[in-house]
Design a protein around this ligand. Structure first.
Ligand SMILES: *[C@@H]1O[C@H](CO)[C@@H](O)[C@H](O)[C@H]1NC(C)=O
Ligand SMILES: *[C@@H]1O[C@H](CO)[C@@H](O)[C@H](O)[C@H]1NC(C)=O
Ligand SMILES: *[C@@H]1O[C@H](CO)[C@@H](O)[C@H](O)[C@H]1NC(C)=O
Ligand SMILES: *[C@@H]1O[C@H](CO)[C@@H](O)[C@H](O)[C@H]1NC(C)=O
Ligand SMILES: *[C@@H]1O[C@H](CO)[C@@H](O)[C@H](O)[C@H]1NC(C)=O
Ligand SMILES: *[C@@H]1O[C@H](CO)[C@@H](O)[C@H](O)[C@H]1NC(C)=O
Length: 190
């Protein structure tokens, strides 16, 4: 037996926010079925690698953050952040394995992204949202023209043994800020 009544009730719930004249105060819907443009703002990338002696990596991490908004869907902005703390010995090693990261919620859209740092900085963003009883998926991809600064430092006074626990060297890469817009490919998935 096909459960028609619960389905109709669900559709009613889905349409409810679109048909009420007063949207919830936390966000303002505009024309929700318009093809979206993904707005990426304040994208920054940093990585740090610190050695406590020439043979011992003591700290390694890389961090990408950006703000994502889709003005045709919502006035809200979500925060997208990816962290890699694998024991890399050079910046080129970070984010080498493809992974999906989730942006912090900004209803009505949900977003995931992936990030590849080398050989070129490629950002892929997927967003899903519900409109008119359908669920949509937007798939966007862009090369991020990052301009980066690398500061390498070696402690000139480093001696071995090192009773004071001094740092031997550090390498810090700082890139951004970058703003870009991506026009994604959109399809109905449900
Ligand atoms: C981007 O950064 C600038 C400067 O810090 C800030 O004024 C602006 O609000 C940020 N944008 C977003 C979407 O957070
Ligand atoms: C934008 O991103 C920064 C961190 O990169 C975060 O502190 C800020 O809260 C974000 N802005 C919004 C509106 O989410
Ligand atoms: C990322 O998510 C998509 C589905 O949205 C999936 O097909 C893909 O395998 C995931 N990739 C990784 C590396 O988990
Ligand atoms: C985005 O969606 C496409 C198509 O379903 C999928 O191949 C890809 O892995 C997804 N990427 C992310 C970051 O979810
Ligand atoms: C957003 O993500 C939440 C949690 O994964 C899920 O329950 C919800 O159905 C998603 N909404 C859309 C529009 O994809
Ligand atoms: C190295 O030692 C000299 C002399 O003690 C001192 O002036 C200098 O600040 C030290 N440099 C560092 C990076 O600690």
């Amino acid at each position: 037996m096909f459960p028609l009544l619960p389905l109709l009730f669900l559709l009613f719930l889905l349409f409810l926010p679109l048909t009420t004249s007063h949207p919830s105060p936390s966000h303002t819907y505009t024309t929700p079925c318009n093809p979206p443009t993904l707005h990426i703002q304040n994208l920054t990338y940093t990585s740090s690698i610190i050695y406590s002696n020439p043979a011992h990596l003591s700290y390694a991490s890389a961090h990408l953050t950006f703000n994502l908004s889709t003005p045709s869907l919502s006035t809200l902005t979500s925060l997208c952040s990816a962290f890699d703390s694998s024991s890399q010995q050079s910046d080129a090693g970070f984010f080498a394995w493809p992974r999906n990261y989730t942006c912090s919620g900004a209803p009505p859209q949900n977003a995931t992204f992936s990030w590849a740092r080398y050989p070129s900085s490629v950002l892929s963003v997927n967003e899903t949202w519900v409109c008119g009883g359908h669920e949509y998926l937007a798939v966007g991809k862009a090369n991020v023209g990052l301009s980066c600064q690398t500061v390498n430092w070696v402690n000139p006074n480093f001696t071995w043994p090192n009773p004071g626990g001094e740092v031997y060297s550090s390498s810090v890469v700082t890139c951004g800020r970058v703003d870009l817009t991506i026009v994604p490919k959109v399809r109905i998935i449900r």
